[in-house]
Design a protein around this ligand. Structure first.
Ligand code: FES
Length: 118
């Protein structure tokens, strides 16, 4: 189980449990199931409207999440949105860490507690 805390200045923070490791549930899907109003449009990594900032909470607070590696669509869209530099992209290849900026429709939850700012 993973704890996901959704945070937005216009809404009260909300923490939900998520089954980790299913490889099917994105942050966006979990948000929708819990009526958390994250913006979205395409739900397929193309539009960038579901941009969120994801960090770990608990013992690894503030660190970028392990998550599932950035998909190619995320890499392209995050570069377009200016949320992923070339250096970060190069680091991803060598260090296998993801950045903090993710697309909620592409980020599959793993067994880690995370803060999702939207
Ligand atoms: S909803 Fe379009 S990129 Fe996520």
């Amino acid at each position: 189980m993973a704890l996901i805390t959704f945070s937005n200045p216009d809404y009260k923070d909300r923490t939900v449990y998520a089954v980790a490791g299913s490889h099917t549930k994105s942050i966006l899907k979990i948000a929708q199931e819990n009526k958390i109003p994250i913006n979205f449009d395409c739900q397929d990594g193309d539009c960038g409207s579901c941009l969120v900032r994801v960090t770990q909470i608990g013992k690894d607070a503030g660190k970028a999440p392990m998550g599932v590696s950035l998909t190619m669509k995320e890499q392209v869209k995050l570069r377009e949105l200016g949320k992923l530099t070339k250096e970060q992209l190069d680091d991803l290849v060598t260090v296998d860490r993801t950045g903090e900026w993710r697309l909620a429709c592409q980020f599959i939850v793993r067994d880690e507690d995370i803060l999702v700012e939207y």
